[in-house]
Design a protein around this ligand. Structure first.
Ligand SMILES: Nc1ncnc2c1ncn2[C@@H]1O[C@H](COP(=O)(O)OP(=O)(O)OP(=O)(O)O)[C@@H](O)[C@H]1O
Ligand SMILES: [Mg+2]
Length: 352
């Protein structure tokens, strides 16, 4: 959703997740994309819950400190939302131009949105003509609750930045893939972004997102299961899971396997649902991103349970590292966190 259409080549990407804030600045040169800044700051578990900002002061200060730490002077900010405040639906509309649809989208969309249309911002992406030739076209309809947009834009403004675009995680991931991986014609590529509280699943075909689904599960479920099985604090369970603390005695592996099984099952279920709606096709590959994808053994587990090849997405695969302060070695380990932010950083005002 664009707030203004002024041409601006310099914007930063801010991914405000429920467990951490990620900031990325990139520039596009003749040689391709270059990474100028990449920063990460943790949030306390109670600051954002279920995609809602509970403690806006803490989130604002975390963003402010991160911008300062990274010496970022650019103000225009592209950010994104995910989870239950975002509704994405593939719908069929009478064939018309993008301009015509933009004019009538409020009316056309109303019947598909489970909230009063006045409470949401609507955006869309035309996926191309309906193959059955009934004068219809497929459209990805995106609706985001205005109050949630307001909460996030207020934090961005309070932090001294200028919100210019609010995107959706799965579309940001589509952009991240576009700059790093070639489109394989005729193949369905699944993106699974495992955050702390939300896992977003999407399918990209021919470079466009044709299916999305988000499930309220992520890294937190692993931590909570470790906490429950070993009867330790959330903090200790988190440290054990991320390897910050070495395992002494009891092991987290049983809890990790339990939750990995559930998560892999949910991913498979979503992809099966997608395939049920598009006959004779299958998913060729799953790319993982998000901090939760760093969970020990998870990629192999996911591959085993879904019978689909699984690979970690590298958001910096095709990106030259320019920023002097960026440490390449630590960036490698942090790459899963930056999938959404890199995609957002490729967005420019006036794009659709
Ligand atoms: N080494 C690791 N092993 C396992 N899990 C990890 C590791 N490092 C981070 N995580 C988990 O990754 C999650 C955070 O990932 P990410 O930053 O992508 O989420 P987020 O964007 O803050 O959350 P969301 O998108 O759900 O709002 C946390 O649950 C954290 O415990
Ligand atoms: Mg996230």
């Amino acid at each position: 959703m664009n707030f203004s259409f002024a041409k601006n080549k310099n914007a930063i990407a801010l991914d405000i997740g429920s467990s951490s804030v990620k900031v990325v600045q990139m520039s596009q040169t003749k040689r391709g994309w270059e990474l100028v800044k990449a920063g990460f700051a943790e949030l306390p578990p109670e600051a954002i819950v279920d995609g809602s900002i509970i403690d806006s002061m803490t989130v604002t200060n975390t963003v402010k400190d991160l911008i300062k730490e990274q010496s970022i002077s650019v103000k225009d900010t592209v950010s994104s939302l995910t989870g239950h405040s975002v509704i994405i639906k593939k719908v069929s509309f009478p064939a018309m131009s993008e301009e015509e649809l933009a004019d009538s989208i409020q009316w056309e969309a109303e019947q598909y949105i489970p909230f009063p249309i006045i409470d949401v911002n609507i955006d869309f992406q035309i996926l191309g003509a309906d193959t059955e030739g009934r004068g219809q076209m497929d459209v990805m309809l995106v609706a985001v609750k205005k109050d949630v947009i307001n909460d996030y834009t207020n934090v961005i403004k309070e932090a001294g930045l200028n919100p210019v675009v609010i995107d959706v995680d799965s579309f940001a991931l589509e952009n991240m893939m576009e700059i790093n991986y070639p489109v394989v014609p005729g193949e369905n590529t699944a993106m699974v972004n495992i955050g702390a509280s939300i896992t977003s699943i999407s399918v990209i075909f021919g470079g466009l997102t044709i299916f999305t689904r988000s499930i309220p599960m992520g890294g937190n479920q692993f931590t909570e299961e470790i906490q429950r099985q070993l009867n330790i604090s959330f903090k200790d369970a988190e440290d054990l899971k991320t390897g910050k603390k070495a395992e002494a005695g009891a092991s987290a592996s049983q809890a990790i396997e339990t939750v990995s099984t559930n998560l892999a099952f949910e991913v498979k279920r979503s992809l099966d649902f997608f395939l049920g709606g598009s006959q004779g096709s299958y998913v060729n590959k799953i790319y993982l991103s998000g901090g939760g994808s760093k969970t020990a053994g998870l990629p192999a587990f996911m591959q085993d349970k879904t019978s689909i090849p699984v690979e970690m997405a590298d958001p910096f695969k095709n990106v030259a590292i320019k920023g002097k302060e960026i440490d390449r070695e630590s960036l490698k380990g942090m790459a899963p966190f930056f999938g959404v932010a890199v995609g957002l950083a490729t967005r420019r005002l006036g794009d659709r």
